[in-house]
Write a protein that binds this ligand. Structure first.
Ligand code: PEP
Ligand code: MG
Length: 893
């Protein structure tokens, strides 16, 4: 016979914590607590399989259920010496839902079930407290009436208010037994009026009504929405827990409370929570009375701690706290009730906590010997480290949200609104805090982004220029904030009824995407010793290296501070925008002849050499991958006529000539146009200049430091082996020239980005000419999906909502499509060249789910923005642990 009901407590304990899927979180943990000897009122759990069977069979219960519930109920009666429906010594029960994961939106709790017009008298007599009995009855009708019978909660509240008005009092505590009896009568009338039937008097009918309401609530619209948003399958079902009532509201030696075994906001190893004397469960959270602190140490003047009010029960609870932490080996969130000085445990579960608390608890538990280093690593969600690395909004600060965009680069920043990069730079130089607000950003804005505290754009997705560059710099960024309209002419931004002028303050939360009016206070991060300890443990467990995407000395320093083991991508184009260079770059682009171009390039060479030398010095022998020029040349040309005129004058050319050249360079689809290695092939002198700068810088720094520098030169947007063959030949030629002129030896590598599907499909051919591959998964995602990375924002939410994409593919790698291409390229590349070094440098290199994929695909390293380096180190350790576990589980081949 199928087992549908599991008993717990009082000598009959069928379940344990391992049966969470079957018994739900609450039921499994009640059984577990009872199993380790903690005081749990006896009860039983109706399994999640009943819920599934109920829906599979047209909302009918399995046949044997009734008998099994009856038997379990008899078990409770025997354990506590009371009878369900017994007029003299009535057993009362609670009925609660409990899915595998806690799920708001479902029916939660009905207390005091079993009370009726007869048993209320029995309860009054057996407890010797008529007021308690009638108060319990009215609470039951109120809860059952609203959650099971669907009578509006406010109707019940109105009745209590009327009675209080009649008696001219404000407090529940002033109502005596007779007053509560009057409330009960009015409640019953109300239920009959609203539902057309009398309030059920038969305890069994009440019980099945409540059980039916729990199962029914599994499919209510709120629960369905929550499941959809949180990827919870409907097939999991919920369990129902029926448990003997214990009463925290039977007098001054009774209490009820909710607490955490450690402080959930700081992680401090101190008991943390609240309790109320003479109260029942919901009173603590309902806010009618002010809950009191647990320990004397935390009690403020006027407060009465549980330690002082109920010292025996408190001492018992401290022992339970220790038992639970030792048993579960984690911080717990518990609910308890004290009835006449006796403690009962009603719930335990792993407690929710802030990132700072998670870190401190994991480290301290490992130091206490309760968990291993691996477990400590496994307990921290990598993305949550963001909260520890950036300023965050002060939770106490008041705020007015005016709009919400994409959380493109984390942290919080406040400043005056400025609409141009140049003005940002000027004002920042005067020490002002400013936020750059643009419809979208381009490489021309990079200096302003750098000077700003934060960046807000109204267009673009998670890999738009603004998002990628801001993340790289560690600047706060909210991107694609479609609810805001920017008017450059009027110098305003408008969000609904808020019109914000240039110079007015706004605050950005780049971790949530929220935009606030005015200045909201922020808190600076502190990288405590726990953080460093965790990182050290992660480093000893991971296989993949972690590098950073960085091009400025600032970024490189940050990357090293966060533990980067090299630079995986230096985007050289960002170096071309510095004010003293952009003019030369434009001369180079406008040059009518090869000779004129060569002259301009010669002027650029020393700048580039200094750039690379600075990076080599900071990285001190760690690998540095430098990517040769990638974007189309027109990105470097000015956009306005005024700027264009200035360039024309500088070049001694006419404005018309410039217009003509710009028109000639303009493209319909620049992302698929004249960029990447296509530039290197048509203008080999550009790549030659960059290669020369790299090799000369390497030789210079090696001579300075006495240690070798092994530069890695990377060619972008290769789709054909021949492209790499040709560009590589040019790089090799320059290398030989520089090396022989300097009369030294120099090791270097030349590799390619794999960022086009054709490159992945022909990776074996390309590998012949490459010393390494670096997967450019931004472009690879763009070209595999045929999806512009700058324009996806407009329809992305619809695609996610309709489950066409599970996630934004620019954030988490699409394993089935883009991932398959990466795997193919790995196999083909290493097939041709065993030991070929492989990494990823697209934004996915900092995304924990994508890092897990990289581990499985066998990549050697991931490269990400400097501020994501710690996240990547932790995620790589977790991925290595998961891979080791999978290998251990896999049957031997
Ligand atoms: C990529 O395409 O993944 C990449 C790293 O290059 P970029 O973002 O500069 O195009
Ligand atoms: Mg790219």
């Amino acid at each position: 016979m199928a087992k549908w009901v599991y008993g717990f407590g009082a000598g009959r304990n069928d379940g344990h914590a391992g049966l969470r899927d079957l018994l739900g979180g609450k039921g499994a943990n009640l059984a577990e607590m009872a199993g380790i000897g903690l005081p749990v009122p006896p009860g039983f759990t109706i399994t999640t399989e009943v819920c599934t069977a109920f829906y599979d069979n047209g909302r009918r219960y399995p046949e044997e259920l009734d008998a099994q519930v009856q038997a379990a109920l008899t078990g409770i009666e025997q354990a506590v010496g009371l009878g369900f429906g017994d007029a003299g010594r009535p057993l009362l029960v609670s009925v609660r839902s409990g899915a595998r994961v806690s799920m708001p939106g479902m029916m939660d709790t009905v207390l005091n079930l079993g009370l009726n017009d007869e048993t209320v008298e029995g309860l009054a007599q057996s407890s010797g407290d008529a007021r308690f009995a009638w108060d319990s009855y009215r609470r039951f009708i109120q809860m059952y009436g609203s959650v099971v019978l669907g009578v509006g909660h406010h109707h019940f509240e109105e009745i209590i208010e009327d009675v209080k008005n009649e008696l001219n009092t404000l407090e529940d505590t002033d109502l005596d037994a007779e007053a509560w009896r009057q409330v009960v009568l009015s409640y019953k009338d109300l239920v009959e009026r609203e539902t057309g039937a009398a309030f059920p008097q038969e305890p069994k009918a009440q019980l099945w009504g409540a059980i039916g309401a729990v199962f029914g609530s599994w499919m209510n619209p709120r629960a369905n929405t929550y499941r959809r948003l949180n990827d919870i399958p409907a097939a999991w079902g919920t369990a129902v827990n029926v448990q003997a009532m214990v009463f925290g509201n039977m007098g001054e030696d009774c209490a009820t409370g909710v607490c955490f075994t450690r402080d959930p906001s700081t992680g401090e190893n101190a008991f943390y929570g609240e309790y109320l004397v003479n109260a029942q469960g919901e009173d603590v959270v309902a806010g009618i009375r002010t809950p009191q602190p647990m320990s004397e140490a935390r009690a403020k003047p006027g407060e009465v701690s549980m330690e002082a009010a109920l010292p025996d029960a408190y001492r018992e609870l401290l022992a339970v706290r220790d038992t639970l932490e030792r048993h579960y080996r984690d911080m717990q969130d518990i609910e308890f009730t004290v009835q006449q000085n006796k403690l009962y445990m009603l719930q335990t579960r792993s407690g929710k906590r802030t990132a700072a608390a998670a870190l401190r608890i994991a480290i301290e538990m490992a130091h206490e010997g309760r968990i291993s280093h691996e477990e400590a690593i496994g307990r921290i969600t990598p993305a949550s480290l963001d909260q520890l690395l950036h300023p965050t909004l002060d939770p106490k600060a008041e705020r007015t949200v005016i709009s919400r965009g994409l959380p493109a680069s984390p942290g919080a920043a406040a400043g005056a609104v400025v609409f141009t990069a140049d003005e940002v730079e000027q004002r920042a130089a005067r020490g002002e805090a400013v936020i750059l607000v643009r419809i979208e950003t381009s490489p021309e804005d990079v200096h302003g982004m750098h000077a700003a505290r934060g960046v807000l754009t109204t267009r673009g997705g998670m890999t738009s220029h603004a998002a990628v560059v801001a993340r790289g710099m560690g600047r706060v960024c909210v991107a694609g904030c479609g609810g805001i309209r920017v008017d450059y002419k009027a110098q305003t931004l408008t969000a609904g009824s808020h019109v914000i002028k240039a110079g007015d303050w706004i605050t950005l939360d780049g971790s949530t995407g929220e935009v606030f009016a005015g200045r909201v206070a922020t808190i600076e991060p502190t990288l405590s010793g726990d953080f460093a300890t965790l990182m050290g443990w992660a480093d000893s467990l991971r296989r993949m290296k972690v590098r950073a995407n960085a091009e400025t000395p600032d970024d490189a320093e940050t990357a090293r501070r966060f533990g980067a083991e090299g630079i995986g991508l230096c985007r050289t184009e960002h170096m071309f925008f510095a004010p003293e260079r952009i003019g030369i770059v434009r001369q180079m682009i406008m040059a009518g002849s090869e000779a004129a171009r060569a002259k301009a390039l010669e002027q650029l060479l020393p700048f580039q050499r200094d750039d690379f030398a600075a990076l080599f010095r900071i990285m001190a022998g760690l690998p540095v991958t430098i990517r040769l020029l990638d974007p189309p040349l027109h990105e470097f040309l000015p956009h306005t006529d005024a700027d264009l005129l200035a360039v024309a004058e500088g070049l001694g050319q006419s404005l018309d000539a410039l217009h003509e050249r710009r028109a000639a360079l303009s493209e319909s689809n620049p992302m698929l146009g004249h960029r990447g290695c296509r530039l290197g092939i048509t203008f080999p002198e550009i790549y030659a200049m960059q290669a020369r700068a790299i090799f000369e810088a390497a030789i210079l720094v090696a001579a300075e430091t006495g240690s070798p520098v092994v530069p890695e030169v990377m060619i972008p947007l290769v789709g054909t082996a021949r492209e790499l063959e040709l560009t590589r030949a040019e790089v090799d030629r320059v290398a030989q020239e520089v090396i022989s002129k300097a009369g030294v030896t120099l090791d270097y590598q030349v590799g390619t980005m794999i960022e086009l599907p054709r490159a992945a499909l022909t990776a074996d051919q390309i590998a012949q000419h490459a010393d390494f591959f670096s997967f450019g998964t931004n472009d690879l995602t763009q070209t595999t999906f045929g999806l512009s990375r700058d324009d996806a924002g407009g329809f992305l939410p619809h695609y996610i909502e309709k489950a066409i994409w599970a996630r934004d593919p620019f954030v988490t790698i699409d394993r089935e499509g883009v991932g398959a291409l990466v795997e193919l390229a790995v196999t083909k590349g290493r097939g041709r060249k065993p030991g070929l070094k492989l990494g990823v440098c697209g934004e996915h290199g900092g995304d924990p789910a994508s890092i897990a994929f990289c581990e499985e695909a066998g990549l050697d390293y991931v490269s990400c923005s400097p501020f994501r380096v710690p996240i990547a180190r932790l995620a790589a350790a977790q991925a290595a642990m998961a891979a080791a576990m999978a290998r251990a589980k896999a049957p031997a081949a």
